[in-house]
Design a protein around this ligand. Structure first.
Ligand SMILES: Nc1ncnc2c1ncn2[C@@H]1O[C@H](COP(=O)(O)OP(=O)(O)OP(=O)(O)O)[C@@H](O)[C@H]1O
Length: 250
């Protein structure tokens, strides 16, 4: 019998509300789920279903209205800012929809930022890995450019390289292929697959794209702030059918 997979991140009865009484929006409604260690998990669902909110709270970047969240065995709900920052810096990579690049740093400087923030320089092996990331993401001739000199897709690739640079245990990626053409998307998805298959990293990826989600080992579906389906690997056509059904129902 196979062993149950260990959870690398977990939320329990997680709710998030925005606004006050009359204008109250429930972004997450008592969601309980876990991301398994070493797995590539995609999160899909209609626009406004709570995907980004879930990722932000699970990564310790936003607070919950109620419920609990863990990274590994550490409960992050209620953790102080300093402890949370150290945990995130050591264990978590995040690709934001807005890329969040530092405008004054060039591409290499942005990719090296997690090391700088942790007060250390990369080892020789880490430098080799960063060079490989730069090559695989097609950024070799852009390393000395600053973000304002890059296209949207190039900025997104820098954000992905930065998130993977320290080989964090857990990577949260919010629409990591949203600004990319289909060939570059495929390269990024392969990189994420390799991160989980070859290096045991856990990937949680929000996407609207069934072709992207078809690269995952597992696909979670949110609708109206609730987890409504938990699927194993599936084809783009199957995932597309599920998403259309959820959109029709909402
Ligand atoms: N800061 C905020 N203030 C008020 N409402 C918010 C805020 N952030 C998100 N929401 C609301 O919470 C709900 C969930 O938003 P969220 O961004 O998590 O959805 P999503 O599934 O990621 O959407 P999309 O696919 O369009 O990116 C939406 O109704 C949104 O309008």
């Amino acid at each position: 019998m196979s062993q149950p997979l260990r959870a690398i991140a977990r939320v329990e009865q997680l709710s998030k509300h925005y606004g006050s009484e009359q204008a109250r929006v429930t972004a997450l409604d008592a969601v309980t789920l876990s991301f398994a260690a070493g797995q590539f998990t995609a999160v899909m669902g209609p626009s406004g279903s709570g995907k980004s909110t879930l990722m932000h709270i699970a990564a310790g970047l936003d607070s919950a209205s109620s419920g609990r969240a863990w990274i590994g065995s550490t409960e992050i709900t209620g953790l102080g800012d300093d402890e949370l920052t150290v945990l995130r810096r050591r264990e978590v990579g995040f690709v934001f929809q807005s890329f969040n690049l530092v405008p004054t740093l060039d591409v290499r400087g942005n990719i090296l930022l997690p090391f700088d923030l942790d007060g250390r320089t990369p080892t020789a092996a880490e430098t080799a890995w960063i060079d490989e990331l730069i090559a695989r993401l097609g950024l070799r001739d852009r390393t000395a450019h600053r973000p304002h000199e890059l296209s949207g897709g190039q900025k997104q690739r820098v954000a992905i390289a930065r998130a993977l640079a320290t080989r964090p245990t857990l990577v949260f990626a919010d629409e990591p292929t949203g600004a990319l053409d289909s060939a570059t998307s495929r390269d990024v998805l392969r990189l994420l697959q390799d991160a989980s298959r070859d290096f045991g990293q856990s990937i949680a990826m929000v996407t609207h794209d069934p072709v992207a989600a078809a690269h995952a080992d597992r696909v979670l579906f949110l609708a109206d702030g609730r987890l409504v389906r938990d699927s194993g690997p599936a084809s783009a056509a199957e995932l597309s059918g599920i998403v259309l059904g959820l959109e029709d129902a909402s």
